[in-house]
Design a protein around this ligand. Structure first.
Ligand code: PGA
Length: 262
């Protein structure tokens, strides 16, 4: 039964390039990844590349002829348009046929003061413009050490996305990214990650239904690489990864994509 449920859930590996790569480097890395995915990846896992805005239009165009690879933004503004110098709205992102957007990454929460309330508005804006949000949650090391991580994760979910009705919630991808594991080389152990993913799925079942929880893809992020991905992806509630540093190297990234249990 469990295998059947796992099979029904989408397996996803999303790369988060963050603020890296100039235009030429980004387009060439994207082409390299797409070619390797076409040659080597035989499963039906979905691949998403979340680049900075300067690459999006070009790589979204390239992605049209490669159904296994999609493109995502790393952020969007919650308002449709207007006097928000430097910002990019969900409707602008939609206009270049980008399909995904990361919302609530801990770097946005930490460095750009994005609160759960703002993030819930961003999720609404993304859904309104037919973007699939990859909604990130995660605790800091201090919160884990204080044993408040479950409470923190619960409020990130309830204030960020549990206001959605069931049909809208079903469009989301959730990413669990412990802040202490991001870019630090400290990965959550497969057991630690599984414990949290199971908790998240239970919270979804309580808020919505068991069927909604069973269908929700929950990705792990935080120093996930080609060496530890297989062990993480083998856990029953881990449906793939959100990959930062290792997504900038085509060989590592494609090896991660190939790390799902056969
Ligand atoms: P990392 O980043 O893989 O470099 O730890 C993950 C992320 O921030 O999405």
């Amino acid at each position: 039964m469990l295998d059947k449920i796992n099979f029904m859930r989408k397996k996803i590996v999303a790369g988060n390039w963050k603020m890296n790569l100039n235009y030429t480097e980004g387009v060439s890395l994207f082409s390299e990844i797409v070619n390797m995915v076409n040659d080597e990846v035989i499963g039906n896992q979905k691949v998403v590349i979340c680049s900075s805005f300067i690459h999006l239009s070009a790589i979204s165009h390239l992605a049209k002829s490669h159904p296994k690879v999609s493109v995502g933004a790393q952020n969007c503004h919650q308002t449709q348009s207007g006097a928000y110098t430097g910002e990019v709205s969900a409707s602008m992102i939609q206009s270049i046929e980008v399909k995904y957007v990361i919302i609530g990454h801990s770097e946005r929460r930490q460095y750009f003061s994005e609160t759960n309330l703002i993030l819930s508005e961003k999720v609404d804006a993304a859904l309104k413009h037919e973007l699939t949000p990859i909604f990130c949650i995660g605790e800091t090391l201090e919160q884990r050490n204080n044993n408040t991580h479950f409470t923190v994760l619960k409020s990130q979910l309830s204030e960020g996305v549990f206001n959605l009705d069931e049909s809208e919630f079903k469009k989301l991808i959730i990413a669990y990214e412990p802040v202490w594991a991001i870019g630090t080389g400290l990965t959550a152990s497969p057991e630690q990650a599984q414990e949290i993913h199971e908790f998240i799925r239970k919270e979804i079942a309580v808020q919505y239904t068991q069927a909604v929880a069973d269908e929700c893809s929950i990705l792990y992020g935080g120093s996930c690489n080609s060496k530890n991905a297989a062990e993480l992806f083998a856990k029953p509630d881990i449906d793939g990864g959100l990959i930062g540093g290792a997504s900038l190297k085509s060989r590592d990234f494609v090896d991660i994509i190939k790390s799902f249990p056969k």
